[in-house]
Design a protein around this ligand. Sequence first.
Ligand code: GDP
Ligand code: MN
Length: 380
Amino acid sequence: MNLHEYQAREILRKHGIPVPEGAVAASPAEARAIAQRLGGTVVVKAQVHAGGRGKAGGVKLAQTPDDAETVAGRILGMRIKGLVVDKVLVVPAAEIATESYVGFIVDRASQRPVLMVSAAGGVDIEEVAAQTPEKIHRLTVDPRYGLLPHQAQALAFQLYREIGPVRQAADIMRRLYETVYAVGASLVEINPLVTTPDGKVQALDAKIVIDDNELERHPDIAALRDASSEAPSEVQARQAGLTFIKLEGSVGCCVNGAGLAMATMDLVKYYGGEPANFLDIGGSSNPEKVVNALRIITADPSVKAILFNIFGGITRCDDVANGIVQATTAFPLKVPMVIRLTGTNEKEALAILAKAGYSAGTDMDQAVQAAVARAQGRAA
Ligand code: GDP
Ligand code: MN
């Protein structure tokens, strides 16, 4: 789950990381009032779940409250990477002497938190990583001991020469490490971490991604979810208890079990197609889940064919077949559907489908090939 900058910076502040004051506005008038209260030049920042807001015109300076109102009016309603901006953060403009990058990710390869720092912070850390990877310094932290003071200090010396900012940055890194565990984050990032001309180190941007598996342990964090800024299909899927991830292709996949769903997507690509989604209807037997799954898949206009791939174990094929019939009766399909099912109650399922006028196979390769062909407008 992604947090907004305004939420992430509050979390950093709670953990003692210096963050400028500021407040969130949903209208130009509110932005104006905040600018008035803060006094002086402010920065108005789009709050969307996307990086690169600065480059997209979503981060702007405003000299006066009037300016803040005008700028907020321009940023609110703007689209950044397809996401509509409905909130802005208004903060006092900081004077910037240097911009660095500091972030933790949970690294799957080492199964540990990795601290990354770079003196080449600012807007384009991905570019730095691609073009000049030697400018990014990494430390894999052993969770048994945590981030040790001398380790943080050594990395801080990669950012600054003066002991003043080094000590401040090392302290921020230690607090950032605590934050990762405190909220169950898979990523916590400050870009830019700035020094001001008077030698203060501050976080001017904050990004936190929460590991979804941690949400149950952190109800206060789960409550920060902003469903209005997430893909509608993913919100619906979560409410229906389905694991769903929207992808860019045209073959809508409806599969039981994450492993089979992965294998199905692999096979779709192997046969020259592109999956439109990852969808795991789970292991339980429940026609309602199939109805919800089909509703979500068919709402996506880029889906040109639907592929069911069900391996009946705990999931009963007849339940899935009933779900398919219920769903297609309630909302008739506009795209072709290919069904493969095998395992528990396969015969009953085939009978239910045949009665409703659908055919189904048991061979996975054949079904995937047929679905790819149909999605590309070819005969199966
Ligand atoms: P991002 O582009 O989505 O990462 O948004 P950021 O919050 O990181 O802002 C992008 C850039 O805007 C920063 O790297 C800074 O150069 C600039 N910026 C942000 N806040 C301030 C500020 O308070 N003062 C000044 N002068 N520049 C700022
Ligand atoms: Mn940034």
